[in-house]
Design a protein around this ligand. Structure first.
Ligand code: ADP
Ligand code: MG
Length: 239
């Protein structure tokens, strides 16, 4: 029996705007990602990569198609759109976001930057900080737990932002060009951590990237071109 996908997307379509100025960013996107799997999402600039992540992250509303997370349909264009009432809770509890810039909160120390999301989700402060420290240790930045974000290197900041994305143990993690500002050694370090975190926490991770150094690390890739996805086998090179 095959495992139920963490992410299933069928026939997804997204049109921005209306009439003469409408932009059809996604035409027909299909994707399936298993728990614990890391897939690459590549394609030229303007091909719809960020649009896809925003739809999946319930930040914008698709125009048509279906999105299913761990067997639960969250969006069905043929059945009125969103299928769950609280999109904010969906984003907070079931989806982790990692961006090109770390966007750490400058007046919170590293631990509280990571503990904030579990706290907002209703976890007690002490338990949230314990979980934050566990994740910081898993990402090899435990020694920076009491530091302010401004005291960290770029690579350390990005690892803290990965810890933050994983703080609520989301089944889905969406990373939009997470290694873009890093040199190749630090970029590979971040990708190594993403692969390790997917295995450890069983999160399904989609990594949007242009980065030639990290593309060979994916076992499976989706290539998006002109709003349509094509699945490709990757090298799966160990990092
Ligand atoms: P990528 O991340 O692959 O570079 P995007 O998803 O950002 O691509 O954009 C896909 C297409 O949708 C582009 O043509 C872009 O100009 C257009 N687009 C993105 N966001 C908007 C928006 N808010 N309004 C109108 N068009 C948009
Ligand atoms: Mg983009």
């Amino acid at each position: 029996m095959t495992e139920q996908p963490a992410i299933l997307i069928e026939g997804l379509r997204k049109v921005y705007g209306h009439g003469d100025t409408a932009v059809e960013a996604l035409k027909d996107v299909h994707m399936s990602v298993a728990p614990g799997e890391v897939v690459g999402l590549i394609g030229p600039s303007g091909s719809g990569k960020s649009t896809l992540l925003k739809c999946l992250g319930a930040v914008i509303e698709p125009t048509a198609g279906r999105m299913v997370l761990s067997g639960q349909t969250i969006f069905d264009g043929a059945d009125g759109g969103w299928q769950i009432p609280d999109l904010r809770a969906l984003r907070r509890d079931r989806i982790g976001f990692i961006f090109q810039a770390p966007y750490l909160i400058p007046f919170l120390d590293v631990t509280d930057n990571v503990a904030l999301l579990p706290m907002l989700a209703g976890q007690p402060n002490a338990a949230s900080r314990t979980r934050a420290r566990e994740l910081l240790a898993a990402l090899d930045v435990a020694h920076r737990a009491a530091a302010q974000p401004s005291e960290l290197s770029g690579g350390e900041q990005q690892r803290v932002s990965i810890a933050r994305a994983l703080a609520n143990h989301p089944p889905v993690v969406l990373a939009d060009e997470p290694t873009a500002p890093l040199d190749s050694e630090r970029a590979l370090g971040v990708v190594r951590m993403l692969h390790r975190m997917a295995a450890q926490y069983r999160s399904a991770i989609i990594v949007v990237t242009h980065d030639e150094k990290i593309i060979p690390t994916f076992k499976r890739l989706y290539h998006i071109r002109d709003g349509r996805t094509v699945e490709e086998r990757g090298e799966g090179r160990p990092v």
